[in-house]
Design a protein around this ligand. Sequence first.
Ligand SMILES: C[S@@+](CC[C@H](N)C(=O)[O-])C[C@H]1O[C@@H](n2cnc3c(N)ncnc32)[C@H](O)[C@@H]1O
Length: 255
Amino acid sequence: MNSQEQFDRQASHYNSEWNQWSESSLEWLLNHSEARITDRLLDVATGTGFTALAFAPRVAEVVGLDVSNGMLDQARSRATDSGTQNTSWQQAPAEKLPFADASFDLVTCRVAPHHFVDIRAFVSEALRVLRSGGRLLVADTSVPDGLPHLDEWQNRVEWLRDRSHVRNYSPGEWSTMLTAVGFAVEQIERCDEAKPIRLQDWMAKSGCTGDAAEQVEQMFRDAPHDARREFSIEQLADGDVAFKWMRVVLAARKP
Ligand SMILES: C[S@@+](CC[C@H](N)C(=O)[O-])C[C@H]1O[C@@H](n2cnc3c(N)ncnc32)[C@H](O)[C@@H]1O
């Protein structure tokens, strides 16, 4: 299943409960954006607009872009309900941004790059649409550098749970990709969430059932010792499992 199909299906129940899983990373982006009230901001893979709407009061204009019209409809309603007037929403892929060169001061992208079929195309496109001196801010699930078995375990679990998952990149991979296209990486950090995720809830939200759900549960039961430590995996008394995914947050500037 591709992202468009997966997120059209999830749009009606993609609400603040999901956002709780990534609230700290949103806080980090807001605190490190250096956003100015005159800025034009593009939020790539905006979903139902959590990041776009959080930035809207701090900038002149926000454009939210996503492949899923279902998610964009929710973003539009959310903007109307909150009385936000400086947002617009556009359907397009992150890999081919329908905007002129140097047309934005800021590009944000949160909890989404792991779905992109061509991450390098996204990074190049973000560079192209930013003005010189503009900044790219990213927050996403991640894997540790230099631990290939953890990387493989984590990305396999994610893919079994949601077939639109492509890959969680390590901080080192992000640095390499950004530097390769010409960004100057200014900050890159690990920013894990305060609130643990419960496995059954996590699978239910993406519609993971049957064989796939059993495989995910088995992988958690058999999780390597260092995966348990790295992702705070904990067996709960009620039979469910709690964990915290690793997050990477970063700011990179177009020279
Ligand atoms: C977890 S949601 C995004 C959440 C949102 N950024 C936020 O901060 O709350 C992931 C989004 O990525 C979108 N997406 C996945 N692949 C995409 C692509 N190649 N181009 C644009 N959007 C994409 C999905 O449609 C979905 O809305």
